[in-house]
Design a protein around this ligand. Structure first.
Ligand code: EPU
Length: 430
């Protein structure tokens, strides 16, 4: 079993490069199904969710060539719909983009219901409502979504009842080859939505308004191949910013779009951290104590829910009471019990965590209960004196490209190990 071990208590110093954004990459890869030509996707993060998306397309008959760790060539000319393996699709939330892509390409989608991190219920009713507005008949049976649009999707107005990132991206994917102009209102505005639209437009789609809450998609008959580079991952960058603030020291994070980090930078500055924005880098440094703060997660441009657990760690280190309110997911605080094992003083009351900062933090055996929760225990481990051992790190590998190597570059004492049994003879992982 793979684990991460950390001997904490050292400041972080140096510079690292941010990888491509997971949540843009997975959508761009699966939307290649719409394109009967070769697309070269660059700046892919080297993470298991990307591997899984590429494997799903391969299992459907697509030709996928990994040119390097960060570049893949994808040709879906001979791919067939309706045959993606149930167990692969279940392994990831983003597999819901296959529904939009199969509907857009073949007029019919048959895809297993998606999996992903457990934040309570994760409905896709808004996606389904959108597909139905475009003329598909949708049913769920035996764990599969069956969506049938007969001769193909017909453009229509779509109004989302709540802001949904996946719903917005899925409906863009579905509507790109529909007949007529689809208008999505109350659309999400995340940078990865703009990235998906830019990719599809480079392939000949006609999408306007991505990044605002009204998006127009004028359907086109076919799309052509292109080369496209994925934008930098703002959540990965934000995670290293918080790691730097938590450990102290000075870290330069390169290859970012600083604007995407505004909400995180603002909170760090409020806590007494120095954040310097350059054209494509941020420099984060802390020498003094952290100040308590309140944070509420919101859709973009608000403070990202995917930074909730990492922010909670920082609040644990700031003397005084901080309040962290989750407004996107029903339950995102499953990681709190893991932080408590390390000495954190946190109470959860519904959608709010009340953090009494300044409690002594000590190393402990903990688990990564989901992807961002995993990042949080890594950061806590970097702070804690003693040896922290983290299990269930497959969650971390889903979304953080070479996190161990990147943190080692910053001087952290962290390694990935393989235990052969429960008690464990330890040996280095490959
Ligand atoms: N919602 C509905 N009905 C729907 C869709 C969503 O009620 O049909 C609700 C959800 O239950 C939630 C809210 O709307 O309360 C927002 O959900 P959204 O659809 O925006 O989330 P998602 O598309 O399932 C993506 C990211 C998540 C990230 C959220 C919010 C991907 C693959 N996942 O999920 O990323 O937390 O947006 O920004 O893009 C992560 O990367 O660690 C991660 C969990």
């Amino acid at each position: 079993m793979e684990k991460i071990t950390i001997r904490g208590g050292k400041p972080l110093r140096g510079e690292i490069e941010v990888s491509g954004m997971k949540n843009a990459a997975v959508a761009v890869i699966l939307s290649c199904l719409l394109i009967e030509d070769t697309c070269t996707i660059e700046n892919l993060p080297d993470i298991s969710d990307v591997d899984l998306c590429l494997d799903i397309l391969k299992s459907m008959g697509a030709k996928v060539t990994r040119k390097s760790r960060t570049v893949a060539e994808i040709n879906c000319k001979n791919a067939q719909g309706g045959i993606s393996p149930y167990n692969m699709v279940r392994g990831m939330r983003a597999s819901y983009y296959l529904i939009g892509a199969e509907l857009g390409r073949y007029g019919r989608a048959y895809v297993g219901l998606p999996g992903g991190c457990d934040f309570g219920t994760r409905p896709i009713d808004q996606h389904i409502k959108g597909f139905e507005a475009l003329g598909a008949k949708v049913s769920v049976e035996g764990g599969y979504i069956d969506a049938d649009a007969g001769e193909g999707l017909i453009a229509a107005p779509i109004y989302f009842d709540g802001v949904t990132v996946g719903g917005t991206m899925n409906l863009i994917i579905a509507a790109v080859r529909a007949k007529g102009t689809t208008v999505i209102e109350n659309a999400a505005r995340e940078p990865h939505i703009v990235d998906l639209a830019n990719f599809l437009n480079t392939c000949g789609a006609q999408i306007t308004g991505a990044g605002t809450d009204v998006i127009k998609i004028k359907g086109v008959q076919s799309l052509h191949g292109c080369s496209y580079a994925i934008i930098p991952d703002m959540i990965e960058a934000g995670t290293y910013m918080i790691a730097a603030a938590a450990c102290g020291g000075t870290v330069r994070i390169n290859g970012v779009i600083p604007k995407h980090l505004d909400s995180v930078s603002a909170k760090l500055i409020e806590m007494g951290v120095v954040v310097e924005e350059l054209d494509e880098s941020v420099i984060v440094s802390r020498t003094g104590p952290l100040t308590r703060v309140n944070v509420k997660t919101m859709p973009y441009p608000g403070f990202p829910t995917d930074m909730n657990p990492q922010m909670c760690v920082l609040m644990c280190l700031a003397a005084g009471t901080s309040y962290l309110t989750e407004s996107v997911w029903e339950s995102r605080f499953r990681y709190v019990d893991e932080l408590k094992r390390m000495g954190a003083n946190i109470k959860v009351d519904g959608k709010m965590a009340i953090i009494e900062g300044g409690a002594p933090i000590s190393a402990a055996p903990v688990k990564a209960v989901d992807l961002r929760a995993g990042a949080a225990v890594v950061i806590m481990g970097l702070v804690a004196n003693g040896k922290t051992v983290i299990e269930d790190i497959h969650h971390i590998k889903r979304g953080y490209d070479h996190i161990v190597e990147k943190l080692r570059l910053l001087g952290a004492d962290i390694e990935m190990i393989n235990t052969t049994d429960d008690e464990g003879e330890l040996k280095q992982a490959n």
